[in-house]
Structures are given as C-alpha cells and as structure tokens.
Design a protein around this ligand. Structure first.
Ligand SMILES: N[C@@H](CCC[C@H](N)C(=O)O)C(=O)O
Length: 279
C-alpha cells in the first residue's frame, strides 16, 4: 500500500511525518522506518513521526521511531514539526493554534506563535537516577558531576530525563570532541539500561551554550530539542548557566527556559516543511 508522507525539519533534525489520524497504530513498522530513514537507499531522515488520534483528552498522539527502529518517549524538534504538520493538515494559519499532544513522556503542549516559531511546554525535567534511568547513583539521588569512565577517560557527567534519557558533559571546546567514536560508547554504556542520548556542552556565557549531540538510535544529528532542554537544566544544576539561554547546535539555535515559576522547561524554535511524497 502506498503511503503519503511529508518531510519536515527542526534545525536540520529531520523527520518523515505520516498522517495517522485514521488509525490507533502506526501505518508502518519499525523495520520499514529504518528503510525509509536510510540516506542512501531511502527517503532519508533521523526518524519517522506519526500523528495519531488523541488519548486521555488530548488532541493528538505522537509516536516516533528513531532511524534504527527503536521507539523513544519524546522528541523536542519532532514535536515542533508535528505541530507544523497538524496546522498544515488542518489548513489553518500557523499562528493560531496550541495542541495538547499525548506522548510516552506525558502530555506535551506546542504553541504556534505569530513570528512563525513554535514554543513548546516540555514539562518537568526528571532528575533522579531511577527516573533517567542510570545506575550511576542510587535510584533516589540526582546524578550531578559524577565521574564516568568512557574510552579510557574519566568524564564528569550530569544526567537529566526529559521523558527520554540524557547524559551531559561540559567541555572546553565542543569542536574537539570525537563524537563519531565516543558517542556510541556513551550510548551503550552499561550504566544506562535504556541507552542514552549524549550531549557535549561548551559554556560560552551564562546565557549562551554550544552543543553537539550523539542521539540514542540516530547517531550524530544537527540538533536535539530534548537534549538542549536537558543540557540547560544540567547547566543550572551545576551552576554554569542561567535559567534561560540560547543553545547553539550545528543546525541553528533554540531558546530554552527552565521556569522558576512552574519548574517546567520551555523550548522555542522553528519547524520547516521540506517536501511531500508517496512511498
Ligand atoms: N532529536 C530528538 C530526540 C529524538 C529521540 C532520541 N533519539 C531518543 O532516542 O531519545 C529531539 O529533538 O529531542
């Protein structure tokens, strides 16, 4: 059966979006998602996102398969792309709407804003080792500046969950990190039973961070929204940055705030349609 799709990206973190509003289960399998994400033999993307009917009083449900076929709990750039896709499907102005989206990380609320950006209420960060999950500390303790041996080197890491797991390391120069070789070693380290996303952060100033990321199930990507949120939270926990900052990624910048008022994390950034097709 031929399936229509639309390709979107958020700062170069690119996704194949499928209109799945007519069925409660994804229209393609994880194996097919791997084929579609292949950049040489497929459409090419970091993941496939499905817009499904809402659950528990929400407007829609988002499910996502990474390019390796695994299913993460949440995706920050992906949920901005989903909001843009829904607005395009509904034929409404992108400046009007707010969606309540059911995800495996709870209800997430993207809001289309008049300047074309999308502001997302990403919810509360989870900080306890058992919630990440990681065995780097006792289940009910936070993992802040903990030593971790990777590739014969000791790294100081801070772990944060934005529904999905993140391991953050602050470094002098992000450009000097051999991401291609070190990224998989963090991802598959035995202290992360569900694997992990890994962010390297250079603090340029208290309100400007530079980030490079190795994503669980996708490898090096040009941006990671949940990673930018987790990194800002890690920066606050370690006293390195303010509660609002610009996070510069290889694909562009996100504005992140960890609100002092409601303790929720807010992410603002773009989402662009690239092309439509049938596969
Ligand atoms: N790129 C995403 C994160 C996608 C999921 C991630 N690879 C995982 O497995 O947790 C983002 O923008 O947050």
């Amino acid at each position: 059966m031929a399936i229509e799709f639309t390709k979107y990206h958020g700062l170069g973190n690119d996704f194949i979006l499928i209109d799945n509003r007519g069925a409660a289960t994804p229209l393609i399998t994880p194996e097919k998602a791997v084929e579609w994400c292949d950049r040489h033999f497929g459409i090419g993307a970091d993941g496939v996102i499905f817009a499904l009917p809402g659950k528990n009083g929400t407007d829609y449900t988002m499910r996502i398969f990474n390019s390796d076929g695994s299913e993460p709990e949440m995706c920050g750039n992906g949920i901005r792309c989903l909001a843009a896709f829904l607005a395009d499907l509904e034929g409404i102005s992108r400046t009007q709407d707010k969606y309540r989206i059911h995800t495996l990380a709870g209800t997430i609320t993207p809001q289309l804003t008049p300047d074309g950006q999308i502001k997302v209420d990403m919810g509360l960060p989870h900080l306890l080792a058992g919630e990440i999950p990681t065995t780097l500390g006792a289940a009910d303790t936070k993992v802040i500046n903990q030593p971790l041996e990777v590739a014969g080197q000791t790294w100081e890491v801070t772990c944060v969950s934005m529904g999905n797991p993140h391991c953050i390391t602050f470094v002098e120069d992000v450009a000097a990190i051999p991401l291609e070789t070190i990224g998989p070693k963090f991802e598959h380290h035995p202290v992360f039973p569900q694997r992990t996303n890994t962010e390297f952060i250079q603090v340029v100033s208290r309100d400007y961070l530079k980030m490079r990321v190795w994503e669980r199930g996708a490898g090096i990507t040009l941006a990671c929204g949940t990673g930018a949120c987790a990194s800002l939270v890690a920066g606050v926990l370690t006293g390195k940055c303010d509660r609002a900052a610009t996070v510069e990624l290889p694909g562009g910048c996100l504005e992140i705030e960890w609100s002092e008022i409601d303790e929720r994390v807010y992410m603002t950034g773009p989402a662009e349609r690239v092309f439509k097709g049938t596969a």
